[in-house]
Ligand binder design. Structure first.
Ligand code: NAD
Length: 418
């Protein structure tokens, strides 16, 4: 998150925006603007040189009305309490909009993983898992990977939890390696839901995907997989970027070949089939049918939004538009399909992983992809229905309206204790 935009305030603003179109009591709404609890801990860990390192870490459990808390753990020097709180809130609404039975949580350690050996990272992760142990569990709170964490960290958390609990509980975390209880299709899931959202959006807007021009900002896991799955629909991926810059070819790049090139060289720049190299900002303002931001938060601010010429934006990244950019684009003719739908494939296949772990029965990749398609298409239709029925200003507002209604209903049905 950029320093000027406090993510927690952005989250609260999004809820306020949606609430104008909802018949929800203000006291019930207030509840949805704050986490239920936040663990703040300082991990003391023995470093390779024998000294003790102290690391601040958080876990925010935002809302559990619809099921166990669910959300990733991020390792980054910029992690703050407010960022973790905001990300945990977005998870509540993401799970609700695709209607999977989870609440929202998020965690983070203030750390630059590049400064540590694998041994130190393992001890730091296990130390955090020990602190988390009383509040996580297959039916309580289920962490997953986020920025700078992956299968390795999830395997360590699972092992620490199972050792301390003297049990087997593979569903305590998701995003694990296959042999440790991970799911087929998990790696592709976020790119796949981005592609499915783009496909449904084009269909709804009566736009042809065959031959459509597409620019993808951020060529990592989410962006590159979204690119080649969208290319498989017949679209032309005309530009892609990473932190080193952007490459462009108006006749289309080969999305898989660019990915291989990036794997070999470390960046997309220098790819031989590109006719031009662009700046990252140029890519965001290309005149294309579809723009997929798949890098980091706040990629497009209010000023840049005025120059955006794409017809449709499908957000693979979390929070790629600042609230000001969102306002500018809502006023313009650009259709924005929000992150909490488009990148929900990750958490949806995490849910499938957890279901498989609980049943000790594992699905084929084909079944995972089919079930994911059903979830995303149903969610897309629900969002369009709300957009049209309530005459809402944007698909983002529609997503929050649908999600908040689901959370409020679960809360009201359960009542209040004590
Ligand atoms: P990643 O690290 O694999 O890829 C990020 C890419 O963005 C990298 O190629 C990096 O070089 C590029 N990048 C960074 N700054 C850039 C800039 N200014 N301009 C252009 N490119 C830039 O990360 P990822 O897992 O693909 O995640 C990307 C986004 O998707 C994040 O917002 C993440 O929260 C979101 N997301 C990911 C998943 C998932 O399952 N991977 C799930 C939900 C949401």
């Amino acid at each position: 998150m950029s320093e000027e935009a406090n993510p927690f305030e952005s989250l609260q603003r999004q809820i306020d925006n949606a609430s104008q179109f909802l018949d929800v009591r203000s006291d019930v709404l207030e509840r949805l603007k704050h986490p239920q609890r936040v663990l703040e801990t300082n991990l003391s860990v023995k470093m390779d040189d024998g000294t003790i390192g102290v690391f601040k870490a958080f876990r925010s459990q935002f809302n559990g009305d619809r099921g166990p808390y669910k959300g990733g753990i991020r390792y980054h020097p910029g992690v703050t309490r407010d960022e973790v709180k905001a990300l945990s809130g977005w998870m509540v609404y993401k799970c609700a909009v695709v209607d999977i039975p989870y609440g929202g949580g998020k965690g983070g350690i203030v750390i630059n993983p590049k400064d540590h050996s694998e041994g130190e990272l393992e001890r730091i992760t296990r130390s955090f898992a020990k602190e988390l142990r009383p509040i996580i569990g297959e039916d309580r709170d289920i962490p997953a990977p986020d920025v700078n964490t992956g299968q390795r960290e999830m395997n360590w958390i699972k092992d620490t939890y199972e050792t301390l609990e003297n049990t087997t509980a593979p569903g305590v975390v998701t995003g694990k390696a296959l042999e440790s209880g991970g799911s087929e299709g998990r790696v592709e899931a976020t790119g796949r839901s981005t592609m499915l959202t783009a496909r449904e959006a084009f269909d709804y807007l009566d736009k042809d995907m065959e031959g459509a021009s597409v620019a993808v900002q951020g060529y990592g896991n989410a962006g590159s997989i979204a690119a080649y799955l969208i290319e498989d629909l017949g679209a032309n991926i005309v530009a892609v970027s990473d932190s080193s810059g952007a490459v462009y070819n108006p006749d289309g790049l080969d999305a898989r070949a660019v990915k291989e090139f990036k794997n070999d060289t470390g960046s997309v720049t220098g790819y031989a089939e590109a006719t031009e190299e662009l700046t990252n900002e140029d890519l965001l303002t290309l005149d294309v049918d579809l723009l997929v931001p798949a890098a980091l938060e706040n990629a497009i601010d209010g000023d840049l939004a005025k120059q955006v010429r794409a017809d449709v934006i499908v957000e693979a990244a979390n929070g790629p538009l600042t609230p000001e950019a969102d306002e500018v684009l809502t006023e313009s003719d650009v259709y924005v399909f929000p992150d909490i739908l488009a990148n929900a494939g990750g958490v949806t296949v995490s849910y499938f992983e957890w279901v498989q772990n609980r049943q000790r029965f594992y699905w084929s990749e084909e079944r995972v992809n089919d079930e994911l398609e059903t979830v995303i298409v149903n969610a897309f239709n629900g969002l369009v229905d709300a957009y049209e029925t309530h005459g809402l200003p944007s698909f983002r507002t529609a997503a929050y309206v649908v999600a908040i209604q689901r959370v409020v209903k679960a809360f009201e049905e359960g009542g209040t204790f004590p």
